[in-house]
Design a protein around this ligand. Sequence first.
Ligand SMILES: [Zn+2]
Length: 197
Amino acid sequence: MTRRVGVRWAAVGACAAMVLALLSGFAMPAHAAANTVITLTFDDGNADQLTAAATLKNLGLHGTYFVPSGWVDQPSYFTSANLQQLFADGNEIAGHTVTHPDLVTLTSDEVTRQVCNGRVALANMGFKVTSFAYPFASLDPAVQTIVKNCGFNSARGLGTFTARTIPGSRLPKPFRPPTPMTPRPGGSGQHMDAVQP
Ligand SMILES: [Zn+2]
């Protein structure tokens, strides 16, 4: 059986630290390493994630970047050129709505607009967009159905070592980010996509 461990961080410092920790700090049992897939995912398209992207590239790793389409080319977020370079480097560009609302609080029409239009906008930039992440890891069955109907073939909420620690592994329980999470620029509070202590 393949176990999938999602790693989602908003802070780039934590991203880089996570990558290095995965490579050097946690020796995995041989049988687990053969059956384990670790995905490195980054949410929201913050420009400072380019530092993590450079680290991954130097290590020959790829990540998935969940990007709200309406934030592209806004100050402190990825530019269109950044996304093109990330994609050219082998990374996945994935859906994260248009403006990152809490989908369960919206009407179905507005959920559809946020999810489908976000996907279309990224597709129109030339990306094959098949994965989706729920903003704030907030979802219900109606929202899940809309995401599926918008053409995504995978969607995820919150994936953390705390939630999905591999039995028998030597990963710490619980894993804590080495630096405090920073509020999203313009946001009203902490960004709930990140692991909360
Ligand atoms: Zn997010």
